[in-house]
Each structure stands twice: as C-alpha cells, then as structure tokens.
Design a binder for this molecule. Structure first.
Ligand SMILES: Cc1ncc(COP(=O)(O)O)c(C=O)c1O
Length: 396
C-alpha cells in the first residue's frame, strides 16, 4: 500500500504560521469542525427540548465556552474548582461544579461566588449536605446545591428511590442559606453501548432516574427546579427527555476515535489532533517512529475493545484525512510513538521530518497535556494555517 508522500516542515515565511512550521508535538483544533459539532448538539437539544449546559472539562478554554453563548444558554459545567475560577474570572456567571463537593472546598467556592458567579454544587451524602448548611451560616454565604443520582453508572450518586434522596433534599431545602436546586445524573455507562438501540435504552434509564427522584422530592412539597442529565452519546441519541431541563454533554464538541466508534460522531468530525513529525525509520522492523509518545497522546487504550483498535491514536495526513484504519500508533514510550507499516517500502512515503496528525483515543486525556490549541479552520482557510491560538488551563 502507498500512502502518498507526507509533507515536510516548510521554511519559515514571516507572519505565516502553519502546521508545517509549528514545533511538534502540539495540539491542533479545527474550528470549523468544532462549530459543526456544537451545532449538531444544539439541534439534538432543540429536538428533545432541553437546554445545553456544555461540560468544559475537555476544552478548558474560554474561547470554546464563548461558542456556546446565546440567550438560551443556562451556563456551563466544570470538573475542577480551577476551571470554575478560570471561567468565572472570564465572565461566566452560572457554573455547575459537577463533581461531589467536600466541605474543605467550600471556602474556595465562596470566594468565587464573591466575585459574582454562582457555583452550583452536587452531593450524594447527608453529612456533606449538613456541612454545607453549617458552612453557609458560618461563612455568610449562599450555596446552591443539587443531589447527585445514580442512573446505573455505579460511580457515585444516590439510587433514585432511596430514602436518602428525601433526607438530603429536606436538609438542604430547610436551610435558609442554602438553595436546593434539583437533581443531576451522568450516564457514563453509555460508553459501554455498541448500538443506537443500547444508547437509547441507557438514555431512557438516565432520564427516568432523575425524573423519578425529582417527582419524589416534589411530592413532599419541596420544589425541584433543575433536572440535569448528560453524556454525549445519550444527549445526542435520547428518544425524548420529558421532565429533564438540561443536558451537560462535553466530549462531543471535539470528538475522538473512541467516540466515533461508539456512534457519537464520525471520524470526519474529529476536531482535535496532535501534530507530530516522523523521527526515524526501522525498515527491518517495518515501523517508523514519531515524536508523539505517551506524554503527547496519553496511554488511553479505549478503542481496544470496540470495533477497530487504533492503539494510541489514528494517523492522518497534514490536512486531517485519515490514511487507513491500520496506520496507527501501536506502541508508545515517553516521547516515542511507533507506527507499523505493512511493507518496508511504505516508509518512503514518510521521510524523516514529514508531518502527520494523530487523532486520539480519548481527547480529554490527550488535550490535558497541552497549554494551548493551535486553531486551524478547514472551511474558512486552507486548514493548515494557524488562524488563532487559544490558551487552555490545566490543574485542579
Ligand atoms: C458529571 C458529568 N457530567 C457530564 C459529563 C459529560 O459527559 P460526556 O463527556 O460524555 O459528554 C461528565 C463526563 O465525565 C461527567 O462526569
């Protein structure tokens, strides 16, 4: 098989930054694909009648968050308090911290709120709910809190029909410094689905779990305004979301090879890739090495048990077109990635220094290695010119 010659680093032309001049490895974001992925999720939400609260744990970038701005946008979800601080300092006013809160973090939450943002907390624990109430009084703060429900993921959350749901709701709703905001759940087990039918079934279990919990709470006379669900597969493929108010989908905005294999997107939709260079040939071993190793890609192997194992990433040319489902990073060392080829002469298409883009298995893990996105646009420019640079944050 021949792959067509991969392109080399080009001489520096003043003021022109392209994927042929950037230092490698680095993170590339195709803005056109990102916009299309967002439009697709917005259309799915319009169909099911829920608001989209994008989960920005993957993107961790204010420029990405701004693409969701609009009169209908309820705000964002985050997975670390550093993200909450960062997005609040960039003007976002409604932030859900979608990881169980612990009492020692409440001072930090109160500090973010003093700057004008509201940070909605989640808990599945009665002791924590009581601690939130105590802390609100002591710190003269108001905390907005939701109860986390387990819809089958078995990670965290309270069973929807457990007496604990009502105990936590009563505790939170009974405190004058706490606003009981509602219930939320995350159908992370949708990642185990392999067909649309299975995803629809998990989406229905997700919906039913939070709606059941919300109805039980309302039956006691306590208002339960927010009913929040969210995983990318279920948000896109739910048949209906009656009783749900919002979805917190996240990874859909970038997509990755695993998500493509579990039907969240197609390979053509993948917005994020790692730019890498061929660093060596071992014709005797039928492989080339690239400078995208474990620290550039992560060691995520999530496609291992799906339809086509792409090792540590799927190779594409500089324009982002996948060469073949078999051209993948099969092994990684800290800085080396190793790409096998079927026949030694295929290496002639990939001279040392030529450039590839690698689509990651799990974009959340891969992106977390990088301080910025080099933004290209496959619709508004030639797709390899860097049209913007967007900072991303990392840490907790
Ligand atoms: C609590 C919670 N909500 C929403 C999401 C978003 O899920 P996805 O990235 O599949 O859209 C996650 C992802 O880990 C999560 O943990």
């Amino acid at each position: 098989m021949t792959y067509g010659s991969a392109r080399m680093k080009e001489p520096n032309v003043p003021n022109r930054k392209t994927l042929l001049t950037l230092p490698t490895p680095c993170l590339v974001l195709d803005r056109a694909k990102l916009r299309r992925n967002i439009a697709r999720m917005k259309a799915a939400c319009a169909r099911t009648g829920v608001k989209l609260r994008p989960h920005l744990k993957t993107a961790k970038s204010i420029e990405v968050a701004r693409l969701f701005d609009g009169p209908d946008s309820p705000g964002i979800a985050v997975s670390t308090l550093l993200e909450a601080e960062y997005f609040a300092s960039n003007g976002i006013r409604d932030i859900q911290y979608a990881v169980g809160i612990t009492p020692d973090k409440l001072d930090r939450v109160a500090a973010i709120q003093r700057e004008g943002a509201r940070v909605t907390l989640i808990t599945d624990d009665l002791g924590t709910a009581q601690a939130i109430c105590r802390h609100a009084t002591e710190a003269n703060a108001v905390f907005h809190v939701q109860i986390e429900i387990d819809c089958g993921e078995r990670r965290s959350g309270v069973e929807p029909d457990s007496p604990l749901v009502l105990e936590i709701a009563r505790t939170l709703a009974g405190d004058e410094n706490v606003v009981f905001d509602g219930v939320m759940t995350h159908a992370g087990h949708s990642y185990g689905c392999r067909s649309l039918k299975e995803i629809e079934a998990v989406a229905e279990a997700e919906r039913l779990a939070v709606v059941t919990a919300a109805e039980r709470i309302r039956a006691t006379g306590i208002p339960c305004p927010t009913v929040s669900v969210g995983s990318s597969p279920t948000a896109l493929h739910a048949r209906h979301l009656e009783g749900v108010t919002e979805t917190r989908a996240g990874v859909f905005m970038f997509g990755d090879v695993f998500q493509a294999q579990i039907l969240t997107c197609d390979l053509e939709d993948l917005a994020v890739s790692v730019l890498t260079e061929v660093t060596g040939h071992r014709a005797d071993l039928r492989h080339m090495t690239v400078d995208a190793g474990a620290l550039a890609m992560s060691k995520d192997r999530s496609t291992e048990n799906v339809s086509n194992d792409v090792g540590f990433g799927l190779a594409a040319d500089i324009d982002g077109s996948v060469y073949s489902p078999q051209l993948t990073i099969a092994r990684v060392y800290q800085e080396h990635g190793l790409i096998p080829v079927a026949l030694p002469h295929a290496l002639d298409d990939f001279t040392i220094g030529s450039r590839l883009r690698i689509y990651p298995n799990h974009v959340c893990m891969t992106a977390s290695m990088y301080p910025r996105y080099f933004v290209v646009d496959s619709e508004e420019s030639d797709g390899i010119e860097v049209v913007e640079e967007w900072k991303r944050i990392s840490g907790w």
